[in-house]
Design a protein around this ligand. Structure first.
Ligand SMILES: [Ca+2]
Ligand SMILES: [Ca+2]
Length: 341
């Protein structure tokens, strides 16, 4: 497998996978057991009295106080990394979570800090997936740095669970569809949900449509996913038609153990000569497409898979967790177009 798993943690055990609490900060993250109100992401309440997550209480102390949780030392085999974890803010609207890595300075000392990403509290209060790409060729640690900003107005804190670190590229597009059961109930065959806008590494804009009950003409009860290019300010510099690029959709099996996952993936490669209604299918969306008021930009023809996953499979495995469905999408150049034929 091309998946190189460097680290993962569902915080099941008290040793928290060898992670370390900093002693130079103001407080600690708490290894916290699931309750009926606050469920971890690993089991989401499926086993009463089981399932742990890490929690930083932001209701106490003073503004600006922080807690840092560091991974053990990790030793890379290749450069690319993708850190993934679930987080949930249920404290104050001001709370923050910053993700750092601490790299070898070249002499064997792990002390060179790189700030990767900052997450801000929102009103949603459900588990959200973070995917953070970075590179490191030398030994390093990653760290979760939580900051309590407004204890007087906090009703909870910052929570993290189901951390994984792989030596792979992160997916370009990560689409988390929350309240999936209600969405399923209010849609029927032929109805679709529109993704946000995504940009690939080259700067191409793309969007997805997910059909919870399949496309209008399909038989069987499958999830379908279609892909389209959209216009952006990058279009003048990009190659058109956007051929010989691979589109991958993955409906993510959210099993906390990455080695046990059986995600559902579909792949196709864009053919630069393919026609659609007499036009080159993968040409500029401003030529092939029409203005979509949802995005306020041109969206080209949709193309994809009518049957990515049978709906009965949704209820097996861990495709739905905390009532969220997660779709990864990538659109990347095929380095050697000859090799895919
Ligand atoms: Ca857990
Ligand atoms: Ca601490």
């Amino acid at each position: 497998s091309s998946l190189t798993l460097l680290d993962q943690c569902s915080f099941k055990a008290i040793n928290i996978c060898g992670m370390v609490q900093s002693e130079k900060d103001d407080t600690d993250w708490q290894h916290t057991l699931t309750t009926s109100e606050d469920k971890d992401h690993t089991l989401v309440g499926r086993c009463t009295g089981r399932g742990y997550f890490m929690h930083l209480n932001t209701t106490e102390g003073s503004p600006g106080q922080s807690a840092v949780l560091e991974s053990r030392f990790l030793y890379p085999k290749r450069a690319a990394k993708c850190l993934q974890f679930f987080y949930k803010f249920d404290g104050s609207q001001q709370d923050k979570l910053i993700i750092w890595i601490k790299k070898d300075d070249g002499t064997g000392n792990v002390r060179k800090m790189v700030k990767l990403q900052t997450f801000y509290a929102d009103e949603e209060q459900h588990w959200k997936l973070a995917t953070i790409p970075f590179n490191s060729q030398t030994k390093f640690r990653y760290a979760f740095h939580g900051i309590r900003e407004d204890p007087g107005n906090s009703t909870g804190g910052i929570n993290i669970d189901d951390v994984s670190l792989t030596e792979t590229q992160c997916p370009t597009g990560v689409w988390q569809i929350t309240n999936f059961t209600a969405l399923s109930g209010s849609t029927s065959q032929g109805d679709y949900i529109s993704s946000p806008l995504f940009y690939n590494s080259e700067g191409y804009c793309f969007v997805l449509r997910l059909y919870p009950h399949g496309v209008a003409s399909s038989s069987g009860n499958y999830l379908g996913i279609h892909f389209a290019l959209c216009s952006s300010q990058n279009d003048g510099a990009l190659e058109w038609p956007a051929g010989n690029r691979q589109v991958t959709f993955t409906v993510v099996d959210q099993d906390p153990d990455l080695t046990q996952r059986m995600s559902a993936s579909r792949v196709f490669t864009t053919d630069p000569d393919q026609l659609s209604n007499g036009q080159l299918l993968w040409n500029k969306p401003s030529i092939t497409g029409s203005l979509d008021p949802l995005y306020d930009r041109h969206v080209g023809p949709f193309y994809g898979w009518n049957s990515v996953l049978h709906r009965r499979e949704l209820l097996r495995r861990s495709f739905l967790k905390d009532d969220s469905l997660i779709v990864f999408a990538t659109f990347e150049v095929v380095e050697d177009p000859g090799s895919v034929l």
